[in-house]
Design a protein. Structure first.
Length: 94
């Protein structure tokens, strides 16, 4: 069921519609506020628009880095599983 949430990001109020829980929306809001605050502090960007764009790029970078890390870990796990299957087949087949 879609709910409407009112969130505050960098002092501005936004209404969001989401099927996610209120707790999840709160976590997202906190994360975006945190990243935007870091970007604003690190780069001294004056405009809200530029801060938002830089924050979006940082969030996208974090996401893609995480995706790549998960993909690498998945490949390592698949290789290990294949090795275990091959070894168990050897042991079972003598």
């Amino acid at each position: 069921m879609t709910e409407t949430f009112e969130v505050r990001i960098r002092g501005q109020v936004f209404k969001l519609k989401s099927q996610a829980s209120g707790e999840y929306v709160r976590e997202l809001t906190e994360y975006v506020n945190e990243v935007m605050g870091q970007v604003a502090q690190e780069s001294y960007i004056a405009s809200s628009e530029r801060t938002a764009i830089m924050a979006a790029l940082k969030i996208a970078d974090d996401f893609l880095q995480h995706q790549r890390s998960v993909a690498r870990q998945t490949e390592v796990a698949k290789e290990k599983i294949s090795g275990l299957i091959a070894r168990s087949d050897q042991l079972l087949n003598g």
